[in-house]
Ligand binder design. Structure first.
Ligand SMILES: NC(=O)c1ccc[n+]([C@@H]2O[C@H](COP(=O)([O-])OP(=O)(O)OC[C@H]3O[C@@H](n4cnc5c(N)ncnc54)[C@H](OP(=O)(O)O)[C@@H]3O)[C@@H](O)[C@H]2O)c1
Length: 358
């Protein structure tokens, strides 16, 4: 019987971790076991942990007591199946635990996907419970698995952010300020905004990440956080906040005040600098929860049209995804644990895309 290895994270103390080892569970009738083979680790996963309780991310893969299992995006292969229509050897892409295996209880399947219907997941957004069958994905390429795991889940958010802001005609502003501009989510948003003639996109980043961010070529201008005062505060802007840094957000709200037409909170990459106190100036920040927007557009456009538009946009983005990052493989529990700790501390290099393997 093989062993299942899982990284446990203390929910209230994210830098406290331990490895758990247990025998891989045998699937009952209607269940399957999937070996989680390779997955991406980015600041997004740290936000899952940071919001594990408030947004329910610890509920996907429950652990005991006050420990949590981190959700990650990656690829797995079905090793044992007692589900009709799903055979061992099937490769899946989706939202896995930071563990070597996942026991699933599929309650729905189509030629394109399998949906885990485990009791504790049923109330959670469906988008996280659906595993894409790579054999049925026309855009799947084995050689681009790293780009898919690193960017695709973030790209869906970028797609809805761009769509939402354009639908609202940028709230009357001609310029978007985007924080954590060196992040994958921000570069995807900037790439999509660049295709729109009526808006300029300014990337804000740490001074050490300015050169990398400029080199991406998707921003009209890149400015470091400590040079914010060099930007013209008389021009109306929209702020798209990927950093979630309270002091930075407050400075932007204060400088632009009524010229800040909309404040869109998306991320919290600067998770240690988060502030729950609303800014005193400008509009109230509005959190963009991607699954809500996806559901609205799916209802309006239909699922097929939504998927087609997303797929077209993704294909346009792939060249940038390919050249922006050098993929770094982190293999084995020690390297995976260290990568998690580096991401928590923010010491990782934005030019590296970290892919974990067991
Ligand atoms: N609402 C949604 O649906 C949604 C969807 C996708 C992503 N997001 C959020 O967007 C954020 C970015 O995710 P990502 O995966 O794209 O990130 P990423 O590519 O891993 O971002 C790396 C960048 O984030 C900043 N950073 C990361 N960790 C830091 C730390 N501990 N301290 C200070 N800065 C840190 C640095 O950028 P700078 O120097 O440029 O600040 C760094 O270059 C996450 O918070 C994620 O949860 C939200």
């Amino acid at each position: 019987m093989s062993e299942q290895t899982t990284l446990l994270i203390r929910q209230a103390q994210l830098d406290e971790t331990r490895w758990q080892s247990e025998p891989v569970r045998e699937p009952d009738a209607g269940q399957l076991v999937c070996a989680v083979e390779t997955f991406a680790l980015t600041a997004n996963n740290i936000s899952y942990a940071d919001h594990g309780t408030t947004l329910g991310y610890w509920r996907f893969f429950p652990a005991v007591d006050d420990w949590g299992v981190l959700p990650v995006w990656g690829f797995g292969t079905v090793t044992e199946s007692r589900v009709e229509g799903i055979a061992a050897g099937e490769r899946l892409f989706g939202f896995f635990p930071l563990s070597s295996h996942l026991l699933m209880t599929p309650h729905r399947q189509t030629p394109a996907m399998i949906e885990d219907g485990a009791e504790h997941r049923r109330e959670l957004p469906a988008v996280y419970n659906q595993y894409m069958r790579t054999s049925a994905d026309p855009l799947y390429r084995p050689e681009f698995e790293a780009q898919q795991a690193l960017f695709k889940p973030l790209f869906a958010t970028a797609f809805v952010a761009d769509d939402f802001l354009a639908e609202q005609q940028f709230f009357g502003a001609g310029k978007v300020l985007l924080s954590s501009a060196s992040s994958k989510t921000a570069m995807a948003i900037a790439h999509l905004l660049r295709a729109r003639a009526d808006v300029e996109c300014v990337g804000l980043t740490s001074s050490g990440n300015v050169t990398f961010t400029e080199g991406l070529g998707c921003y009209d201008k890149v400015v470091s956080y400590d040079e914010l005062a060099t930007l013209d505060a008389a021009t109306p802007v929209v702020y798209v906040d990927i950093a979630g840094n309270g002091a930075l957000r407050d400075e932007i709200h204060q400088r632009w005040d009524s010229r800040l037409k909309y404040s869109c909170a998306i991320g919290g990459s600067h998770w240690q600098a988060r502030s729950d106190t609303p800014p005193e100036h400008g509009p109230k920040p509005q959190f963009l929860f991607a699954p809500t927007h996806v559901e609205r557009r799916v209802a309006e456009w239909g699922a097929a049209e939504f998927q087609q538009r997303l797929a077209n946009a993704w294909q346009d983005f792939l060249p940038l995804a390919g050249r922006a990052l050098e993929v770094t493989i982190r293999q084995g529990p020690d390297a995976i644990g260290q990568t998690y700790r580096d991401l928590l501390a923010g010491t990782n290099n934005p030019s590296q895309g970290y892919m974990a393997r067991w």
